[in-house]
Design a protein around this ligand. Structure first.
Ligand code: MMA
Ligand code: CA
Length: 129
């Protein structure tokens, strides 16, 4: 418990799934920010599994990960990008001009894909408890 109504608790954070709410990465971050949150930051397999258990397999969801340039991945909350806790789909990230990241489901399971930031997708917001 201890999360606002409609937010999902996991360990130290609360998560809000923006479904049927397709927007660019910037607009998605703005929606989270209006709720006092930010786009989700993922630091473990357990957290990735919890989040994806609440998502629709037919949609893509923006996360709080950005290419700061030259494929330097940065989390929106400035916590370190740890390569050993990343969940890229096989073959991703694959394009220099795709500087934002979604989680989506493929036949191989849930994973991350770099995509253009102006593409429109659902998103997941996160705030500390
Ligand atoms: C799309 C787009 C890319 C992704 C590839 C994977 C064709 O481009 O989603 O970001 O890497 O599919 O095949
Ligand atoms: Ca890609």
């Amino acid at each position: 418990g201890s999360c606002p109504k409609d937010w999902k608790p996991f360990v130290s954070h609360c998560y809000f799934i923006l479904n049927d709410s397709k927007a660019s990465w910037n607009e998605s971050e703005e929606k989270c920010s209006h709720m006092g949150a930010h786009l989700v930051v993922i630091h473990s397999q357990a957290e990735q599994d919890f989040i994806t258990s609440n998502l629709n397999t037919s949609a893509g969801y923006f996360i709080g990960l950005l290419d700061a340039g030259q494929r330097q991945w940065r989390w929106i909350d400035q916590t370190p990008y740890n390569k050993s806790a990343t969940f890229w789909h096989k073959g991703e990230p694959n394009q220099d001009w795709e500087r934002c990241v979604i989680i989506n489901h493929k036949t191989t399971g849930w994973g991350w894909n770099d995509i253009p930031c102006k593409d429109e997708h659902n998103s997941v917001c996160q705030v500390k408890k």
